[in-house]
Design a protein around this ligand. Structure first.
Ligand code: F6R
Length: 360
């Protein structure tokens, strides 16, 4: 058994395409770099899925787990104040009790076989809610087809978490269809072009001192703690889960201003119990007091964090800004996997747990 000490020597010295390819046989890096193409393809798929306009005055519930649920949370952040009805994300075996026939429930599962999402699909049906499904197939697609529920079809062959652009666009399109938000089609298209520039700036062909590579090196050998606020909240959670699943290491996330009321105190003893680093995800539109809190919090924890980064969203529209830091975090997680010498693709532990549960 390991004594828990950290190997501070990276498995790979350089973060080049060749070095990354060595540990990434399934091409997770390629899927991250293709985010702009995924956005465009997703728009086309969502629009081609025959869907009638369903005005649901009680709003939208997005039901899903892990990499399939995050799209709903990021879509809600991108809509921000433009959401005209409640948008709620549920990651559980059931949907909220306030769901009515006037609620749209989008069941999102890349595989279509996630038991929690299947349970949500069934309870939404029992409550008479309007349903839409986004999936590659599985039991979810079978049930939806049998019930005449619209299906937004996804391309197969990804890790579910790599289909994030598809899940965001599906949630945005369904939000527009059910009257929970404005249609963002052209903004998504512009965001895809914006993202292409960032892919060049932070991708594997960029210099070793480019942002994503510097952040990955700074976080290497530490337990990162990611802080978001408002629009960047679900992005902080995306960073956490991508570092967990791609780099196969612990990582945690929290949100401001709440973390100033608890986690801040925990940083006092951080250096006594481990090597922790901090990442603050800022946004041009954040509340001015939240920005001041970020400044102060970063200063206060400085002596107890091995490394600390303050990173700001890039872009004009909310969807551009959301996607910019999603891309940065996804790249950082692949670079961290490379430094750690681990294959970012398979998530053996998740598969094992699902297999064990299936036996019960
Ligand atoms: C795996 C991943 C997981 C899955 C989750 C739900 O890449 O990201 O978080 O998304 O286990 O499975 P699906 O997405 O198939 O419903």
């Amino acid at each position: 058994m390991s004594d828990g000490s950290v190997t501070a020597t990276p498995a790979s010295q350089e973060l080049t395409r060749e070095e990354i390819a060595r540990i990434d046989p399934s091409g997770q890096l390629g899927d991250v770099l293709a985010l702009p193409d995924h956005l465009r393809d997703a728009l086309w798929r969502a629009e081609s899925a025959i869907m009638q306009d369903w005005d649901t005055s009680a709003g939208l519930v997005v039901a899903g787990m892990g990499g399939s649920a995050i799209g709903g949370a990021l879509a809600r952040a991108a809509l921000g104040d433009h959401a005209s009805r409640p948008i709620f994300v549920t990651r559980a075996y059931g949907i909220p009790t306030w769901t009515t026939p006037d609620t749209m429930v989008l069941c999102a599962s890349y595989s279509g076989d996630t038991e929690e999402t299947l349970a949500c699909y069934e309870s939404a049906g029992a409550l008479g809610a309007k349903r839409t499904v986004v999936t590659t197939g599985g039991r979810l697609a079978e049930m939806a087809r049998a019930d005449g529920v619209p299906v937004i079809p996804l391309p197969a062959g990804f890790q579910p978490r790599a289909a994030v652009a598809y899940m965001i666009v599906a949630a945005l399109e369904v939000a527009a269809l059910c009257g929970a938000g404005p249609r963002l089609t052209s903004e998504i298209d512009v965001a895809a072009s914006h993202l292409e520039h960032l892919v060049a700036e932070w991708g594997p062909d960029a210099p070793e001192d480019s942002l994503a590579k510097v952040v990955a090196r700074g976080l290497f050998g530490t337990t990162p703690v990611i802080a978001g606020a408002g629009l960047t909240n679900p992005i902080a959670y995306r960073w956490k889960t991508q570092i967990n699943e791609n780099a196969k290491q612990p990582c945690f996330s929290h949100e401001l201003p709440e973390l100033d009321h608890n986690e801040l105190a925990g940083w006092e003893g951080a250096h006594e119990v481990g090597r922790f680093s901090a990442v603050f995800l800022d946004d041009s539109d954040a509340h001015p007091r939240v920005k001041q809190r970020m400044d102060l919090t970063e200063k206060m924890i400085a002596g107890n964090a091995v490394a600390s980064f303050r990173l700001e969203t890039r872009g004009q529209t909310a969807i551009e800004r959301v996607l910019s830091l999603v891309l940065l975090g996804d790249l950082v997680s692949i670079y961290l996997a490379t430094l750690r010498g681990v294959d970012p693709g398979p998530v053996k532990a998740l598969d094992e747990l699902k297999a064990e549960l299936a036996k019960l």
